[in-house]
Ligand binder design. Structure first.
Ligand SMILES: Nc1ncnc2c1ncn2[C@@H]1O[C@H](COP(=O)(O)OP(=O)(O)OP(=O)(O)O)[C@@H](O)[C@H]1O
Ligand SMILES: [Mg+2]
Length: 225
């Protein structure tokens, strides 16, 4: 589903990903780890076409993803519907006036009818324990509540590939357990998942393989998992 071929990426001339190659097969879960600043979030941004390889190539479902193909609105819209992205910092993701509007935003953009939107939003509020917060402004939520809202906003889009950047960040123990169960459920439903985390317990529960980015921004694959 995803293939990186010798991808490097530089911010202002400084390399933060060096010659990264890997494949992610449909229906599998990949755990991305590495120290602060290794390039994990940058890799996830490239997968979501928010930035493009400086050198090397990125393929999604066999299509090379670059600036040119993303200029095709139809292609770009379909691409973004297929991939869900939970940002490391939910403040970068949340922009609507209320939690329920935030969750309804994607389905509205997709042109779903009001009944379907309401059903999806109510389901998501329930699953992520957000029903009592539905009318609150996202900026007024706690860190963990923001993270859950961001995950719920991806859930309603039902993407085939989930990319999650530190999904357990800010969550309390009960919410962590619920999210781990939720991700396991996604996997059982055949979704493809790529997540970064500093939490190896979650990786042990759900990951099929791992990618370790070193502080030198290169892939190191540990001998055992
Ligand atoms: N917009 C930017 N402009 C310049 N440098 C950036 C930018 N975004 C990230 N960087 C730098 O790129 C490097 C990789 O950042 P990235 O956020 O991908 O790391 P990370 O592995 O996700 O780290 P963390 O574990 O702290 O989340 C870091 O040195 C960071 O300071
Ligand atoms: Mg990061």
């Amino acid at each position: 589903m995803v293939e990186f071929q010798n991808v490097s990426y530089a911010y202002d001339g400084e390399l933060v990903l060096k010659d990264v190659s890997f494949r992610l097969k449909e229906g599998t879960c990949l755990f991305l780890q590495g120290p602060n600043g290794a390039g994990k979030s940058t890799l996830l941004k490239i997968i979501n076409a928010l930035c493009f390889p400086t050198t090397g190539q990125y393929f999604f479902q066999g299509n090379k993803i670059d600036r040119d193909c993303m200029k095709d609105n139809k292609f770009s819209k379909r691409f973004h519907q297929k991939i869900g992205y939970v940002w490391q910092n939910p403040d970068a993701q949340l922009f609507c006036g209320s939690v329920e509007d935030e969750i309804a935003f994607g389905p509205r953009q997709m042109g779903l009818n009001d009944d379907e939107i309401k059903k999806r939003v109510d389901d998501a509020l329930n699953i992520f324990d957000l029903t009592r917060l539905r009318h609150r402004a996202p900026y007024s939520l706690s860190g963990g509540e923001k993270k859950k809202t961001a995950i719920a906003a991806v859930f309603v889009m039902n993407p085939i590939l989930w990319t999650l950047d530190e999904p357990l960040d800010s969550l309390d123990l009960k919410s962590k357990d619920r999210l781990s169960e939720f991700l396991l459920g996604l996997k059982k439903a055949g979704k493809t998942i790529l997540f970064s985390s500093h939490d190896r317990d979650l990786a042990k529960q759900i990951a099929d393989s791992e990618l370790y980015l070193s502080e030198n921004h290169e892939i190191l694959v540990p001998a055992s998992f």
